[in-house]
Design a protein around this ligand. Sequence first.
Ligand code: HEC
Length: 159
Amino acid sequence: MRLLPLSIALAVVAVLPALADDVPFAAPPLQGGHSSGNVASLGDIMGKIQLRHIKLWYAIKSKNWDLLDYELTQVRDSMENAVILYRNVPVEFIVAADKPLIALQEAVKVKEGARLERDFADLTAACNNCHKAAQIGFILIQTPTSSPFSDQKFQPTQK
Ligand code: HEC
């Protein structure tokens, strides 16, 4: 196998931070003294949030309370990572996304299904509002139309 000439490899690495800088809020963390090499990019954190946004929907559709509770915690953790790592992400947009997530957690506690889909719609709107503010409105999130997770069963199993 032939290796990439070092000069080309270095040139590729040199443009990476410039690309990240193009998207507002997504500048890599500078403070802390440690290298940012181990830090997940905001795009990667968002990719995980996207997968869990889909799982949230199918947990709601299947009234799988345990799974819903679990995925809500995962999404909130990922959002928290996004603000901790990327401090120029405007807090109000995170708070706006957190509101429907908290509402869903409250609903899970009392197993109240009436508002789940509306809260999910509010969450999706909050995703898109932040994307618009970040000038990446072309990343348009919608209610999932099918599950890519054929290896995961969303219906709750009988205990
Ligand atoms: C507080 C702002 C904010 C919120 C809220 C937010 N995003 Fe993002 N999202 C971003 C930014 C900024 C990027 C661009 C990151 C980059 O390219 O470095 C992004 C990128 C993405 C991407 C592209 C990732 C890729 O690799 O293709 C997806 C998908 C995504 N977000 C999904 C979501 C979903 C789903 C939600 C809601 C559950 C959400 N986002 C909520 C700011 C936000």
